[in-house]
Each structure stands twice: as C-alpha cells, then as structure tokens.
Design a protein around this ligand. Structure first.
Ligand SMILES: Cc1cc2nc3c(=O)[nH]c(=O)nc-3n(C[C@H](O)[C@H](O)[C@H](O)COP(=O)(O)OP(=O)(O)OC[C@H]3O[C@@H](n4cnc5c(N)ncnc54)[C@H](O)[C@@H]3O)c2cc1C
Length: 380
C-alpha cells in the first residue's frame, strides 16, 4: 500500500490551491453576502480542466482519475465550499450522468460543451414532496408522437437558474415504481422549462440553488438519457460516485476550518499566553487533525476503488457520512476556538460553520447514508 500522492497529483494540488488562493479567496465574503454565483470564474475553472475533471480528452475533459477529482474539490472547498459545491454538482451529477449513460450523439452534443466549461450542468432528482424518498417523485414524462412532454417541478436544483443543460428524472410509467422512472436532457431555452424561486440559503450562498419548472415541456425522443425505466437506478449509480465528491468537499472544508482555527489559536493571547497553549484548545485541534486524516483516507479509498472500476455504494456512503459529520465538528470547534470572533464575519469561521451543514444533507442525508450502509452490511 502506497499512501503517497504521485508528482502529478502533488502538482495538481499546488496548482488548484494557488488558483483558489489568488482568484477565489479575495471574493469569498462578497459572493457569500450577495449570493452571487461567480459565473465569471467558469472560464478560469475550465482552463484548469475543472469543468470536466474525469471526462476523457476526446470529449473535452481533463481525463483525470477519481483521486485527482478529490484533490481538486478539496482544494476549492478549503477556500470556498460554495464554489466547490458548484464544481462538484456540475462534474459529479449532470456531467457524470451523461458520460456514464449517454449515447455517442448525446455526448458530442451535450457532454463536450459541458466538459469544456462552455456550458454549466444541473441535475434534478429532488422534488418538494420527494427528497430522501426520491422515487416518490411526481414529475411525469408522457410519450407523444414526436418524443415526450415533461410536467412537474424540481426543487433544490444546483444551477437551476444558471445551468444551460438540465438532466431531469421523471416518471414514465407509474405502475413500474422505481423501474418506471427515466432521465431526460433538457436545454435551457426549451419552451416549457423555466427556473423557479432562488433559494435564500444558510450557507453555500454563492452556489446557485433553485426550482426548475417543467410545464408541457416537449423534448425529442433522442433526449432520453439512458434506457427507458432506468433513470432512477442510473441516478443511484451517479450518486455513488457523486458522494465521493461531497466527502472530498467536507475534507477540504474541514481542512480550511482547521487551518483558520490553528492560526488563530497561535496568535490569540489570553492570560498572557497563546490560547493554543491551553490543553482544552490544543486537544480540539488534535481531534480535528486526526478526524480530517481519517476522513481523507476513507474518501481516497473510495476514489481508489472507483478508479479500479468497482461499485462503491458502501465505500462512498461511509466516506460521505464520516467526512461530513467530522467536518461539522471541525467547523464547530473552529468557531469555538475563535470565541466571539468566530461569531462575526471578519473571520472565516462563521462561514465554514454555515456552509458545512450542507455536507450532511446534500446527495443524501446522514440518515440516508446510514440506511444505505445498513443495507450493504446486513445483506448476505
Ligand atoms: C444547497 C442544496 C443543493 C442541492 N442540490 C441538489 C441538486 O443539484 N439536485 C437534486 O436533485 N437535489 C439537490 N439537493 C437536494 C438534497 O439532495 C435533498 O435536500 C436531500 O436529499 C434531503 O431531502 P429533503 O430535503 O426533502 O429532506 P427529507 O427527505 O424530507 O428529510 C427530512 C429529514 O428526515 C430524514 N429522513 C427521511 N427519510 C428517512 C428515513 N427513511 N430514515 C431516517 N430518516 C429519514 C432525513 O434524513 C432528514 O433528516 C440539494 C439540497 C441543498 C440544500
């Protein structure tokens, strides 16, 4: 077993870190306060290959592996978790779904511009009455002579307002339950598709989240993604890999919060000494550093197995569960170590504390990860 990153991965980490420090860090607070989705950053992300991280060069991507993907997401999340969430949702959901299940024609038409960063992807599974129980969705797609007509509303869609290409799941045959759900690729500008309310969020405020509404939205038969009736099972497979991205996001966010807390603990003096010299503070940092290492190892292991072509349902759920819950504790400690200054916007602690909660909710809550893992460890 070799736990070292290779030279290319070390260079990748340094490159993404330098980019995030130079081009994201100065704007983090302003974008958060304004809930501004930084579309202006997308061409720069694309230059670095971050809009098609795991997509082969032949389809306009950077051809990196799952472990490289983790490094990229981690380094973005260390500086701004909201930007990391956008990159993870684009790559890990819409782009991955089209790459995994699209036809060659769909890949040429939709995947290439997405992977090059000329377009932004969105992925709609969740609805207001169907979150954890996504199979209970009400959005329908009805067959017509020229294709399908979609009706329904997706909620909490990342890039619901700024996305150019939406992958949406809809019921095509209610009686068949989870095997009666299909996926469709819908382009912005298609009559009948519009964006609904933009969510006013606790954290991740620079990541665009909104409803996507389909009202008699007509799409061609060639816009069905994957086989008819396979949309839900394909989506679960997309989420298996996607969750590794959210785990990496949690690791990067925790790393950023830990570094901020460590720096502050060494600078801040009370009772004539740096607060880091108090065991109550240093042990928090010790526990945080240890939890981050453990979370990173679980995440990299899941990525390693994905790179070996294995199904990673159990490993990605474990990585996401552990990393996100560890990150919540690290962000909490970060605020605590900053004392009152952790509660105000002059320091980064309060933003990590707000952003981190998404990691235990998005792409399946902690409760759902436990459910997934329970099924895996209890089935013979
Ligand atoms: C910022 C943000 C971005 C998102 N981006 C996307 C996106 O791009 N695309 C998309 O499709 N979705 C997206 N989501 C939706 C997200 O995946 C859902 O919010 C999540 O799956 C939970 O669904 P819910 O909010 O309806 O909660 P619910 O399912 O209503 O859950 C409420 C509570 O009940 C618990 N619960 C539910 N069922 C069970 C059970 N069987 N056992 C134990 N506990 C249970 C949950 O764990 C949770 O604590 C996003 C959400 C947010 C906040």
């Amino acid at each position: 077993m070799d736990f070292r990153l290779n030279d290319q991965q070390t260079l990748l980490r340094r490159t993404v870190r330098e980019f995030a420090e130079a081009e994201i860090r100065p704007h983090v607070r302003e974008w958060d306060e304004a809930q501004h989705f930084p579309g202006e950053l997308v061409p720069r992300l694309a230059e670095l290959g971050l809009m098609g991280i795991q997509i082969p060069d032949a389809y306009g991507g950077a051809g990196m592996c799952a472990l490289d993907y983790c490094i990229c997401i981690e380094e973005l999340a260390r500086v701004d978790p909201a930007v990391a969430l956008s990159v993870a949702a684009h790559n890990g959901l819409a782009v991955a779904h089209i790459f995994m299940f699209g036809t060659e024609a769909q890949k040429q038409r939709y995947l290439v511009p997405l992977a090059r960063g000329e377009k932004i992807g969105a992925w709609g599974l969740t609805e207001s009455a169907a979150g954890s129980d996504a199979a209970g969705m009400r959005t329908t797609a009805t067959r017509r002579s020229l294709g399908w007509v979609i009706n329904g509303t997706k909620t909490f869609t990342t890039h619901g307002r700024v996305g150019h290409v939406v992958v949406a799941m809809a019921v095509t045959e209610r009686a068949r339950g989870t095997h009666g759900i299909s996926a469709f690729i819908v382009e912005r500008g298609t009559p009948g598709m519009s964006s609904g309310r933009k969510e006013d969020k606790l954290g991740m405020r620079a990541s665009d989240t909104s409803e996507v509404i389909f009202a008699d939205c007509q799409v061609g038969g060639d816009q069905m993604l994957g086989e008819e009736g396979h949309g839900f099972t394909d989506a679960l497979q997309v989420l298996d890999a996607g969750r590794i991205g959210i785990a990496a996001l949690a690791v990067g966010l925790a790393q950023g919060a830990f570094e901020a807390a460590r720096r502050y603990a060494l600078e801040r003096t009370q009772f004539g000494q740096p607060i880091a010299s108090f065991q109550a503070i240093s042990w928090k940092l010790v526990d945080d550093a240890t939890a981050i290492e453990a979370a990173r190892l679980l995440t990299y292991r899941a990525a390693f197995l994905e790179d070996q072509g294995q199904r990673v349902t159990r490993e990605s759920a474990m990585a996401k569960l552990f990393a996100s819950e560890a990150a919540v504790r690290v962000a909490d400690n970060c605020v605590q170590i900053h004392g009152g200054y952790g509660f105000v916007k002059d320091y980064p602690a309060e933003k990590y504390f707000r952003d981190v909660k998404l990691t235990t909710i998005g792409e399946g809550t902690s409760e759902i990860q436990r459910l997934v893992i329970a099924r895996q460890i209890l089935s013979s």
